[in-house]
Each structure stands twice: as C-alpha cells, then as structure tokens.
Design a protein around this ligand. Structure first.
Ligand code: ADP
Ligand code: ADP
Ligand code: ZN
Length: 223
C-alpha cells in the first residue's frame, strides 16, 4: 500500500506517518528528513539544500525526484511507503506519476490533513524531536510523560529544527499556499483524494486515517 500525506507545515504529517509506519509496516519517506540528513553529512548538495531550507524556499525538482526514485527502490519499500513532503508542486506530482508508471507502482490513497494555517505557527515553533530515536514532541500539545525524558527510548537529548522559526514558518506556509494547494485539485480530479481533520486530537486523526487505509496489521496485506 502506497500513500501520500498532504497538508501545510505543522499539519501532523510526520507524527501520523510514524504511526502508520508502525501499524501497517509501510515505510515513512520524508523528503525534509532526507534533506536534513544530507545537510548534516556536510556534502556539497547538503550545504546547498540547507541554505534553501533555512530561507523557507523549495529545493530543485531534479534533486528531490532523484532522491525519491532511489529510495522507493529499496527493499524496505516493497510492502509500501508513505510520502511526506513530496510531491509539493504540480511538476513534482507529474514526475511522480511518470516515475511510478515506469516502476509499475501506483498510489492507493492521497490523504489531505486539513488544517487551519494560522494555527500552524504555534504547532511548528513548539515542535522538537528526540535526538536518539526521532520521536516527535510539542511544548504544549504533545509533552513527554516525564519532563526532559523521551517516552519511547528514555533519551534526554532533544533537537529543534533550524527552520522552525516564526519567520521561516510564514514563508513555508506561503509557499504551501502558492505551490502545493493546487496538487490537492490534481489528486481530487484523479479520484484518489481523501481527507482527515487536522485540527482534532492526534489520536482522533490516527483513527480517521486507519478508517481510510484499513485496520490491517503489518505483513497481512501484500501491496
Ligand atoms: P508536519 O510533519 O506536517 O510538519 P508534525 O507531525 O511535525 O507536522 O507536527 C508539528 C507539531 O505539532 C509537532 O510538535 C507535533 O507534536 C504537533 N502535533 C501534530 N499533530 C497535532 C495535533 N493533531 N494536535 C496538536 N499538536 C499536534
Ligand atoms: P514540514 O515538516 O514543516 O512540512 P519538511 O520537513 O517537509 O517541512 O520540509 C523542510 C524543507 O525541506 C522545506 O521547507 C523545503 O525547503 C525542503 N523540501 C522538503 N521537501 C521538498 C520538496 N518535495 N521539494 C522541494 N523542497 C523540499
Ligand atoms: Zn527517544
């Protein structure tokens, strides 16, 4: 089963994709995470990407499409994958269709997490992750049970993204409005679009997603 999650920065794509990955045994592919790993490696490509990301702009289609195409071919994507952060523009959506066609794959569902853009600034500026296992948290909305200790792994070191600052968030929200909203129509016209209510509680959204994709446990479903 192959999915695309759409929604503005802060809608909960990463949070929900991790849960879908655990429940359904399909692999979470975040272009943002891939680019941050590339930037952390200090490669030439990573440096170039980091400058664009810190300004809230979009990295070139060529880089993104090549990255995704390679990643989809890996063994851990055979049972399925969840695209988070890609496609972001109509040309990227068209390139994805061509790429999947050539690989003999399809997207089963494109799910929009519908969220109120104004609320996303608070979501993003309060976001942090465990440095050891990547679990996501929020200063107000998703605190760990014990202050400063990760619920999942007991880690005590946390990261905040360099681009999760108010001004950058506003540029990213504007970029979403200008360049990404149109692909919602693209997928609606193809008849594969579903939506969930992103302003609900995290668990409620997970339940809505499981209703769409089915309650199947990892390994039972083939593709
Ligand atoms: P995205 O990947 O779409 O940018 P994230 O999954 O990283 O969004 O979520 C952004 C922040 O908001 C995180 O700190 C997360 O803990 C929090 N969050 C996610 N979903 C919800 C929700 N439904 N209600 C409140 N906070 C949420
Ligand atoms: P968020 O979780 O807040 O939605 P992401 O982690 O998806 O943000 O993306 C962070 C940054 O990485 C973007 O602001 C952009 O610079 C770059 N990026 C990620 N995915 C893409 C893409 N598909 N095309 C171009 N740039 C991308
Ligand atoms: Zn952890």
């Amino acid at each position: 089963m192959n999915l695309i999650l759409l929604g503005p920065p802060g809608a909960g794509k990463g949070t929900q994709a991790k849960r879908l990955q655990d429940t359904h045994g399909i692999t979470h592919l975040s272009t943002g995470d891939m680019l941050r790993a590339e930037a952390a490696s200090g490669s030439k490509l990573g440096k170039k990407a980091k400058a664009i990301m810190d300004a809230g702009g979009l990295v070139s289609d060529e880089i993104i499409i090549g990255m995704i195409s390679n990643r989809i071919d890996a063994a851990d994507c055979k049972a399925g994958f969840i695209l988070d952060g890609f496609p972001r523009t109509t040309p990227q959506a068209e390139s994805l269709d061509e790429m999947l066609d050539a690989k003999g794959l399809i997207i089963n569902y494109v799910i929009e997490i519908v969220a109120d853009n104004d609320a996303m600034v608070t979501r993003i500026t309060g976001r942090y992750t465990c440095a050891d296992c990547g679990s996501g948290y929020h200063d107000q909305f998703q605190k760990s049970a014990k202050d400063g200790v990760c619920d999942s792994c007991g880690g005590t070191r946390f990261n905040r993204r360099d681009d999760d600052k108010e001004q950058t968030v506003r540029s990213r929200l504007a970029a979403y409005q200008e360049q990404t909203v149109s692909i919602i129509t693209y997928y609606r016209n193809k008849g594969v679009l579903k939506s969930v209510e992103g302003m609900k509680a995290i668990d409620e959204i997970t339940a809505q997603l499981n209703n769409i994709v089915g309650q199947r446990k990892a390994g039972i479903e083939g593709g």
